[in-house]
Ligand binder design. Sequence first.
Ligand code: ATP
Length: 248
Amino acid sequence: MTRLEISGLSTGYFRQRPCLRDVNLNVDQGELLCLLGPNGAGKTTLLLALAGLIPTFGGTVRIDGHQVRSGHPRSSVSSGLVLVPDDRALFRRLSTEQNLRLAVRERGSRTVGVEQVLEYFPALRKRLKIDAGRLSGGEQQMLAIGRAIVQRPKVLLIDELSMGLAPVIVEEILPVLRRLAETDGTAVILVEQHVHVALRVADRAAVLVHGELVLEDSARTLLDHPDRVERAYLGQGLAASGRSAPGG
Ligand SMILES: Nc1ncnc2c1ncn2[C@@H]1O[C@H](COP(=O)(O)OP(=O)(O)OP(=O)(O)O)[C@@H](O)[C@H]1O
């Protein structure tokens, strides 16, 4: 079943000069899609638009068939969409536990308890009383995703999951997203700069270049044919962007 349906979406920071043009993308219930693309392609912009944090200039976004009001973060949140931004948006001076409890309180009845988050991320159990600002980068990312999990998102958007994290930590976090998709039916969009890592965990991948989706296929197919992703990037100069090459 299609959970997230993006049709003809155009968005950006200036109406006269949209960064994204006519984006069409569907994500199914329980599906994990990785969104790839070189620097400045518009990946973050797409997530911000879906979360209602920047305006859209055309097109529609639907979750479970219901249209989300564009440019209204509350409409996105009440439709079940949760964004984990690249800065992780934690309350740094509140403890891990307070960060989680606040997320429970913000969302009311549809939430899951703190205990369930600790089942997903046992590493946080010993850090409950520590201020979020004093956690390691990996723990902060776990907490940020934990705050999202509390809200039982229908659609979960994660920007730059592995930024600044050791590979071993990333390997600990990614299976949680898989589990969330499989057990709760969450549709996940993961923006990830390590192409190979992303393709290994995702069901499907989409490559955004210059604000347009230029490639969409199953992650398995693209893992077997990394040249296709490479070619999509190459128009934008993969080497110059500093991104890790597919397979790297
Ligand atoms: N606040 C802003 N105001 C104006 N233009 C912006 C703003 N943020 C981003 N842009 C521009 O929008 C375009 C898309 O940027 P975006 O950050 O979405 O790309 P990205 O694919 O997420 O790149 P990266 O991987 O480097 O984060 C770029 O040309 C960027 O310069």
